[in-house]
Design a protein around this ligand. Structure first.
Ligand SMILES: Cc1cc2nc3c(=O)[nH]c(=O)nc-3n(C[C@H](O)[C@H](O)[C@H](O)COP(=O)(O)O)c2cc1C
Ligand SMILES: CCCCC(=O)C(=O)O
Length: 392
């Protein structure tokens, strides 16, 4: 796989060479709009609606796209970009590029190999994945499949602290190197596409495996799930989330683990300052891909004020709406330390399993490398707000 010495952009030449020398075309579209259409045609209505759908009438999802349109890249010429690197250290971990795979639950909805395919793609590309608490394979299995590539763990903070502690210990033992705590999904948003199908996969589907096998969770049950599945699922649904959590409760997580803690779902400067005051290491500016609050601010529109408020104290990451290398570059130019790719890798997973995710990741890295170079930057650290102009 490409190392920083072999620019990711060379993926382009591989494809052209295969096309012209061997008459071989890519296995699936590299044009993500066509890839998305193919994924939609591959999956049944329920799973597709769950992946693609947003909250309410979709205004937040549209705002995510519109926020990217408000900035344009402003290329500089004649700056010697022959030798370059997209590498960056994020929360102490050196990465080939400031890109991670966002936590996405129940990935068996897209492909039978689910998170294992994504983890193998992570191993092959060096791009870390963030394993969801609602994953359809165990944290340990996913860790193993991701090989030597760094990996992070996303916590849906359960009501009972013994379960939270058990999850964190399991994540530590399985070699996850950061704890991402999702703040925006204590309650599930109003999602008409799922409501119309009556489709809520993770409650009774495979998204509960990490609970059903967890010793702390099982200790709360009167009978093991093998004997009384209905009661176990009731307990899972009850435990899954705790909408009563406040800033003060973060002390519990800080005391429980030495892993870097990253709060996901921050959209305001004042909340970002509170995050800094409560001793966390990073925040992810995100509106959960428009799946939670409809009519909310586009995530990229919130990024500059968060960077200005805490960028010197915390690492500020970004997701929600990244649909190509130029989007990633815009977020990085606005001060994101790294970006997380969401739905697009599910399109790769749905249409091509592990190889499909690899192709999506390689195309993002290639396009980011090219966007960096063609705008006149040799490294990601060279990229700042001067790379952007506001569009009229
Ligand atoms: C199908 C699906 C499942 C998701 N599951 C989780 C999850 O389990 N935990 C989490 O923190 N975020 C979850 N997210 C949100 C993503 O981490 C990320 O914030 C979002 O996908 C970014 O928006 P985008 O995909 O439109 O770029 C999920 C998103 C999707 C599309
Ligand atoms: C409680 C929600 C779990 C999965 C998720 O985060 C999503 O569907 O967006």
């Amino acid at each position: 796989m490409s190392s920083p010495e072999i620019p990711f952009a060379n993926y382009q030449y591989e494809i052209y060479l295969r096309g012209s020398m061997m008459n071989q075309r890519p296995r699936r579209p590299l044009d993500w709009q066509r890839l998305e259409e193919q994924a939609a045609a591959t999956l049944a209505r329920g799973p597709w609606g769950y992946i693609a759908g947003g909250a309410g009438r979709g205004d937040t999802m549209r705002a995510n796209q519109a926020a990217f349109d408000r900035w344009a890249l402003s290329p500089r010429m004649l700056r010697d970009v022959a030798q370059r690197s997209t590498a960056r250290t994020v929360l102490g971990t050196p990465l080939p590029a400031p890109v991670l795979l966002a936590p996405i639950g129940v990935q068996t909805l897209a492909h039978p190999d689910g998170e294992l395919a994504t983890a193998r793609a992570s191993a092959r590309t060096g791009v870390p994945l963030v394993t969801s608490s609602a994953s359809s394979f165990t944290f340990e299995e996913i860790a193993e499949a991701s090989g030597d590539t760094p990996r992070w763990y996303q916590l849906y903070w359960p009501k009972d602290r013994t379960i939270a502690t058990s999850f964190i210990r399991r994540a530590e033992a399985a070699g996850y190197s950061a704890l991402v705590v999702t703040l925006d999904t204590w309650l599930l948003g109003w999602r008409p596409m799922d409501l119309d199908e009556g489709f809520l996969p993770f409650l009774w589907g495979e998204g509960n495996v990490n609970y059903l096998q967890d010793p702390a969770f099982r200790a709360l049950l009167a009978a093991p799930p093998e004997e009384d599945m209905q009661a176990a699922i009731g307990q899972f649904a009850f435990q899954f989330s705790n909408p009563a959590v406040t800033w003060e409760d973060l002390a519990f997580l800080r005391e429980t683990t030495e892993l870097p803690i990253v709060l996901k779902g921050i959209l305001r400067a004042d909340d970002a300052r509170l995050a800094a005051e409560h001793g966390v290491d990073g925040v992810i500016v995100s509106n959960h891909g428009g799946r939670q609050v409809d009519g909310a601010i586009g995530a990229l529109a919130a990024l500059p004020e968060v960077v200005d408020a805490v960028g010197d104290r915390l690492e500020v990451l970004f997701d929600s709406g990244i649909r190509g290398g130029s989007d990633a570059l815009k977020a990085l130019a606005l001060g994101a330390r790294a970006v997380l790719l969401g739905r697009p890798y599910m399109w790769g997973l749905a249409t091509g399993g592990e190889d499909g995710v690899v192709d999506v990741v390689r195309s993002l890295l290639a396009e980011l490398d090219l966007a960096m170079a063609l705008t006149g930057h040799r490294t990601i650290d060279d990229v700042d707000r001067s790379a952007l102009v506001a569009t009229p």
